[in-house]
Design a protein around this ligand. Structure first.
Ligand code: SAM
Length: 343
């Protein structure tokens, strides 16, 4: 345990919505009591659980349909040896003579100042020049992290400096944030002597072999929205170079349309959970679940029974740190977080 946690301490801290960083010890306890070699983290988000599993010396397959998320898992889960060295960093910070000014033009006056947008464009240009895909993913992960640090609350749903509480992160320069992020990501790279993999697909299109699947989807809830693209569109666009998305020009923050997911609707969520329990009926299934979402715990139990699975739910003490304060206070004592195990 000690060794896995020593390594886990190097996981790049993240404020990703729904990150399981907060319950990582509980997840560790669950995983360490199960017998498996290959784990599939189907909705990997910040990569926190993938990183735990990698630290536990499992072969890990990470998947998330956000390019921004799968870029993180490429940089610290699939990548087991490449780091950005001094020369790479010098090249990244060099001023190109000519470069595409996409962020400067499209996002003028929205999130950052003129010189900050210029910095982002220059770094984007330099990142494209890196040949090694793992080094490229590290540089991109560091740039997206710097962008989040320079944006209050780390989300891109509002224009200007709303919520600017003058905290240290916002005062540091973009370059400083970028350099600090490079160090954090470099430091997180390690080998667990397994061939780990990062994917970016809709969950229904992942068919890789595994003994255990970890399922942490954006459950449907009546009380909060589960939209990731709306919150993270700027860094998602940055990672995919805004290729294949259509910016909604009328939106104040220049977002693009969310990616369709079965979890968008109540019926879709019931169908998705049924599909997943059926598809992984021969594997160990570990699911994270919160009591304000649908299907209910009882309904998941009923679906599990249909496929002859043994159902166990462990209740843990945890409250969400996202959502509006008013909503949060009202719900704080009502939301219960569970880890479900089907075997
Ligand atoms: C609750 S978060 C996962 C958090 C993650 N376990 C962590 O610790 O950071 C749910 C994730 O599911 C992803 N997602 C939503 N719909 C998806 C789909 N249809 N296919 C693949 N990923 C999807 C979202 O992008 C989001 O990152």
């Amino acid at each position: 345990m000690k060794q896995a946690f020593e390594q886990y301490k190097k996981f790049p801290p993240s404020r990703y919505m729904g990150s399981k960083n907060k319950i990582i010890k509980e997840l560790y306890n669950v995983f360490s009591n199960l017998k498996f070699d290959t784990a599939l983290d189907l909705f990997s988000g910040s990569s926190s659980v993938s990183y735990l599993l990698k630290s536990m010396e499992k072969k890990v397959i990470s998947n998330d349909y956000l390019f921004f998320s799968s870029n993180i898992s490429k940089s610290i889960i699939e990548n087991s040896k490449y780091k950005l060295n001094k020369k790479d960093i010098k090249n990244l910070l060099s001023r190109p003579k000519k470069y595409n000014q996409f962020v400067q033009n499209k996002f003028k006056g929205i999130f950052y100042s003129k010189s900050e947008n210029d910095f982002i464009d220059a770094i984007r240009h330099n990142i494209k020049k890196i040949n090694n895909p793992y080094k490229r993913s590290l540089a991109l992960a560091a740039l997206t992290k710097a962008c989040q640090k320079k944006q209050s609350r780390g989300i891109f749903t509002f224009k200007g400096k709303r919520y600017d509480d003058g905290r240290a992160d916002l005062k540091k320069s973009f370059e400083q944030q970028f350099l600090e992020a490079i160090e954090i990501f470099n430091n997180a790279v390690f080998s667990n002597k397994k061939k780990n993999l990062s994917l970016s697909r809709d969950f229904s299109k992942v068919n890789n072999k595994c003994d255990l699947v970890y399922i942490d989807p954006p459950y449907y809830s009546k009380y909060s929205d589960n939209e990731y693209v709306r919150r993270y569109h700027f860094i998602e666009g940055l990672v995919r170079d805004w290729k294949g998305v259509k910016i909604q020009e009328k939106s104040i923050v220049k977002k693009f349309k969310k990616y369709p997911s079965m979890f968008d609707t109540k019926q879709g969520s019931y169908d998705a959970i049924t599909l997943l329990i059926k598809k992984y009926s021969k594997q160990i299934v570990v699911m994270s679940y919160s009591s304000n979402s649908l299907p209910t715990l009882k309904e998941i139990n009923t679906i599990a029974k249909e496929f002859k699975r043994k159902f166990k739910a462990i209740k843990i003490n945890y409250t969400y740190s996202f959502g509006t304060q008013k909503k949060l206070n009202k719900m704080k004592n009502q939301i219960k977080e569970y880890i479900i195990i089907l075997s």
